[in-house]
Design a protein around this ligand. Structure first.
Ligand SMILES: *[C@@H]1O[C@H](CO)[C@@H](O)[C@H](O)[C@H]1NC(C)=O
Ligand SMILES: *[C@@H]1O[C@H](CO)[C@@H](O)[C@H](O)[C@H]1NC(C)=O
Ligand SMILES: *[C@@H]1O[C@H](CO)[C@@H](O)[C@H](O)[C@H]1NC(C)=O
Ligand SMILES: *[C@@H]1O[C@H](CO)[C@@H](O)[C@H](O)[C@H]1NC(C)=O
Ligand SMILES: *[C@@H]1O[C@H](CO)[C@@H](O)[C@H](O)[C@H]1NC(C)=O
Ligand SMILES: *[C@@H]1O[C@H](CO)[C@@H](O)[C@H](O)[C@H]1NC(C)=O
Length: 512
């Protein structure tokens, strides 16, 4: 009898322990890095434990049982080889198979299945790009009251800019944030980096607030809520939402967005010394982890008028990542575009923010900063001048014998083979000789990683992405993610696809 009691008690304790343990294991936040690797890059070293974007997007659609919210710049999951306006035009079925276009079809099918099982789905995007525009989200929404679709034009609100974030939120619990567009090419012909979080309601619900704010903007009367003002920080006239901190506090309107912060007596958005960090203990199944202690994680958002709570601007989160580097440590930065200025507004803004942060850590911390910038068919022509200007920090660093400056900037162009042979296979009835479809063969990832902090973003490094364009980043001090992101960078940096950017020659004279 005594024995039986003991036994039952033991079983009970074991059961409670088991339930507790499994419940805990099942609900623990997990993080994986995610990549797309273009076909035909045999000399790129593989990084183990990284998931593929095509799989992750299918899983997000497939696993959703309560809701699925997607932010996209544009949609081209289904290839259009028969449409003469498409960059896919003229390629054969075999070509498309070889390019991996099936992966895009699979993601589209997974979305269609989710839509067919009456899942509440919201699709928010920019107007899209030629020739598809909003065809795919419209088709998904057509005849299905559970699928809502909206187009949000940020230029109505900020005078220029687009929705550029690439975010999937499933069941307010699982999230993808990264560089991959909803485009078949982003799965197998463009190099992408993102992060996949599962069982992380704490993070997913915050990203959802940003989502809801964008959704709300798309339904507000723009002319009632925008002003043209003198922007004191960037020294231009521009259009902003009427609650913007670029407007004199007395003249600002009350924000129609919930959870929005008001800060009086500032022009622009001040640096937060203590931005909100969640201290989640996070598993990293894709990479062996030596420390399972909870580490700080954060989100950052652009443009600043869409901030809420104690989140900081995306620009500042990039700066903080650069400045997180330890003495003598290394910062690795990957971006498709790099410009120390604006690129898409009427007046031109000079934007030294990131270059300045880099030079600061090179000088004071002796840090090494390595930067990869994409060279591709749609390369921005004045990139090279800005990169050379940044490389000049090395000359300044050693310009005086009294300088104790041991840091260094190193920059390489990343060239995906075939980049100079992209576009439709046929143009005006004639073969073009192109080897890959249009807008492919490019390193499109946007991230930075120091020796302690990883920052995975959706924004290119040009002023507009931080002030007029919608973008989201997830960052973490989780050592396993930090080291795996470094590994991803190193695989690219040491590959034959990365070629050094040459500094200005000594004794270079400006052209007269
Ligand atoms: C759900 O996600 C997991 C990984 O997070 C994946 O293994 C599984 O296949 C997904 N299920 C569906 C139906 O997509
Ligand atoms: C949303 O989808 C519906 C149904 O296909 C379509 O008529 C409408 O134009 C779409 N709206 C937007 C903003 O894409
Ligand atoms: C939008 O706001 C403007 C300016 O306040 C106003 O004139 C206009 O009537 C509003 N439009 C709608 C549809 O409410
Ligand atoms: C983790 O370490 C084990 C044992 O060293 C190894 O077999 C496994 O492949 C590693 N996993 C990853 C994702 O690196
Ligand atoms: C960049 O330069 C090339 C060659 O000079 C020119 O054809 C192209 O139009 C330029 N692109 C832009 C965006 O200025
Ligand atoms: C593309 O670039 C490669 C390497 O620089 C070169 O060998 C090749 O001729 C170029 N192809 C075209 C079509 O310009």
């Amino acid at each position: 009898m005594e024995k039986g009691k003991k036994m039952r008690a033991t079983i009970c304790i074991i059961t409670i322990f088991f339930l507790f343990f499994t419940a805990d294991a099942a609900s623990k936040c997990k993080a994986w890095l995610v990549q797309s690797i273009p076909t035909d890059m045999p000399e790129l070293a593989t990084v183990h434990g990284v998931l593929s974007t095509a799989d992750v997007l299918q899983w997000l659609a497939g696993n959703s049982s309560k809701s699925l919210d997607i932010i996209a710049q544009y949609w081209q999951l289904v290839p259009h080889p028969a449409d003469p306006r498409s960059g896919d035009y003229g390629y054969s079925k075999e070509d498309l198979l070889r390019f991996g276009a099936n992966e895009g079809l699979k993601v589209y099918k997974a979305l269609e299945n989710a839509a067919n099982r009456k899942l509440p789905i919201r699709l928010l995007q920019h107007s899209g790009v030629s020739p598809d525009y909003t065809e795919e989200p419209s088709n998904l929404a057509s005849g299905r009251p559970n699928v809502k679709n909206v187009t949000l034009l940020l230029s109505d609100w900020w005078g220029s800019g687009i929705v550029h974030a690439k975010v999937w939120i499933s069941d307010s619990r699982d999230v993808y944030i990264g560089s991959a567009n909803n485009d078949w090419k982003s799965l197998t012909q463009v190099k992408e980096v993102g992060i996949y979080l599962t069982d992380c309601p704490e993070i997913a619900k915050k990203v959802e607030i940003y989502y809801n704010n964008l959704w709300k903007l798309s339904h507000l009367n723009v002319s009632a809520y925008t002003r043209s003002v003198w922007d004191q920080q960037w020294q231009i006239n521009r259009k902003v939402p009427c609650w913007s901190h670029f407007i004199n506090p007395k003249e600002r309107c009350r924000s129609p967005l919930p959870k929005y912060v008001e800060i009086a007596h500032v022009s622009g958005y001040p640096v937060l010394s203590d931005p909100y960090m969640s201290h989640l203990s996070m598993e990293t199944p894709g990479v062996n982890d030596s420390s399972s202690n909870p580490q700080p994680n954060y989100l950052s958002f652009a443009p600043p008028e869409l901030l809420f709570g104690k989140y900081q601007t995306d620009e500042q989160a990039w700066v903080d990542t650069i400045k997180s580097v330890g003495k003598g440590g290394t910062v690795r930065i990957n971006s498709m575009d790099w410009l120390g200025q604006s690129g898409y507004i009427k007046e031109t803004v000079y934007w030294p923010t990131l270059s300045s942060a880099i030079s600061e850590v090179v000088f004071s911390k002796g840090a090494k900063v390595q930067i990869l910038v994409a060279k591709w068919a749609h390369f921005i022509n004045n990139t090279d001048q800005y990169l050379k200007s940044l490389l000049y920090s090395n000359t300044l660093c050693s310009s005086s014998k009294y300088n104790h400056c041991s840091g260094k900037v190193e920059i390489k162009y990343y060239i995906v083979p075939g980049y100079n042979s992209t576009g439709p296979a046929v143009l005006n009835g004639a073969a073009t000789g192109n080897m890959y479809p249009g807008y492919t063969r490019v390193n499109h990832g946007k991230y930075a990683v120091s020796d302690v902090r990883a920052h995975v973003s959706t924004s290119n490094l040009v002023w507009d992405y931080f002030y007029t364009t919608a973008g989201v980043s997830f960052g973490t001090y989780q050592p396993a993610i930090v080291s795996q992101l470094q590994e991803i960078f190193n695989a690219d940096w040491t590959s034959p696809y990365a070629v050094p950017v040459e500094p200005l020659e000594e004794g270079y004279a400006c052209p007269s």
